[in-house]
Design a protein around this ligand. Sequence first.
Ligand code: PLP
Length: 426
Amino acid sequence: MQTVSAMDQSALTAKETDLTARLAEFTAQNLNLDMTRGKPCTAQLDLSLSLLSAPGRHFNAADGSDCRNYGGLDGLPEMKALFAELLDTAAEQIIVGGNSSLTLMYDALVRAKLFGVPDGDGPWTHQGNLKFLCPSPGYDRHFAITEHLGFELIPVDMTADGPDIQRIEELVAADPGIRGIWCVPKYSNPTGVTYADAIVKRLAAMPTAAPDFRIIWDNAYAEHHLTGEADALLNILPECQRAGHENRALVFASTSKMSFPGAGVAVMAASPENIADAKQHLAMQTIGPDKLNQLRHLELLPNLESVRAHMRHHAEVIKPKFDAVQRILHRELDGTGAATWTNPRGGYFVSLDTGDGCARNAVRLAAQAGVKFTAAGAPFPYGRDPRDRNIRIAPTFPTLEEIETAMQVLATCVLLAVVRQGLRAG
Ligand SMILES: Cc1ncc(COP(=O)(O)O)c(C=O)c1O
C-alpha cells in the first residue's frame, strides 16, 4: 500500500471516506472495550489462587517467630533472601515492605524532602526549586509522584538502549537542583526497552552537581519475560559502588504482577547506609509489615527457580495477546508510514508512535467508537507529549478477542488521524 505521505489530495480524500465508513461500522457494534491499564487478566490471577488458602495454620517463620504478631521491621529473613536472589544483592541490603513498591518509592522521596538523605545537606524541602528527570515516554504514576511532591519534571527522551544518557549527563553535571531520575530499567513501561550495559554504567558513574542525586531504579518487570530469552540487565548497585557513588541508586520491585496486584509484597534494595537511614524512619512509621502475606508468598514462590517457573505460566497466558497486537498492527499499518511500534520481549506494554500531532486525535476517535486507550500524553511529564504522537497499548487484561477488535479500531483511527492531518496540510 502507498504511504499516506505520498498520497495526493484526491487519494487522501478517498482514503478518508473509506476509513470513516470503516470506523462507523465499528461504532455501530456498540463496543465497550478498555485497553487503558496494565493489569493482569483473570487467568493470570488464577495462577496464584493458592495464596488464598495459604499459609493455613502455619504461621511460624523459619526462625520460629510467630508471624501473626508484631515485629520484623524489614521483613522475614527468608523473604529477604528470596528478594536478594531476585535482585542479585545481599539480604542485608533489602527492606521488605508492604503491598506496593510505588508506596516505597513515594516514602523514599517524602523522607528525602522531610529529612534529607545520606551524602546530602539536610531536608530537600529547604533547598529551593528541585527537579527530577523523567525519561519519556515513561510511567505516568512515577511522574505524578514527583509532580505531587513539588519537583519540576524534566523530560528526557527514551532511545532504543535506554534514556538519552548524553543529555542526562549534561543536565545533572550543570544543575544541583536536579535530585534524581526515574528509571524502569527492564522491559520499560511503556517502550519495553532494557537499558544497555553502557547506559547503566554511565548512570552510575556520571558526575552530578547534587552530591545526593538519586536513581529510582524501579525494576518492576525483572522476571516478566515474554520470550524464552530473558533480557540481561546490569546490576546498578555494584556499578554505583565501583564508581564511588554507593548511595546513588534505590532499587525497587514487587510481586504485584507475579501474584496479586494490591495484595503482593514489595521490596527496596540499596546501599547499607541508605538501608540504615530508611530503617530509622520506618521504625517510626510501623511496628512491622504484613509477615503473614510474606509467608503466603513464600509458599507459592519459595525460591528464584519457582518464581521463574511461575512467570513462564504468566507468559503462556499473555504472549498470545502481545502476538495479536503485532499481527494486527502489521496487517493494518505496514506500508502506510502512519505508525511505528515496539515489539517488547517482556513487561506489560506496547508503545506506538504515530505521525506528529496525531495521537490525541486517534485516541479520541477510538473512544468515540467505544475503545478506550490510555490518554495520549499520559506517559509524559504533566501529561504533555511534545510531539503528540505516542499511544500506550496495554494488552494483558482484555481477552484475545477484545484485543483483536480493539487493535483494528486503533489502526483505523491512527490511519484516519494521519490522513486527516494530510488533508489539512493540503
Ligand atoms: C513500572 C512500574 N512500577 C510500579 C508499578 C506498581 O507497582 P506496585 O504494585 O508494586 O506498587 C507498576 C504498575 O503498573 C509499574 O508499571
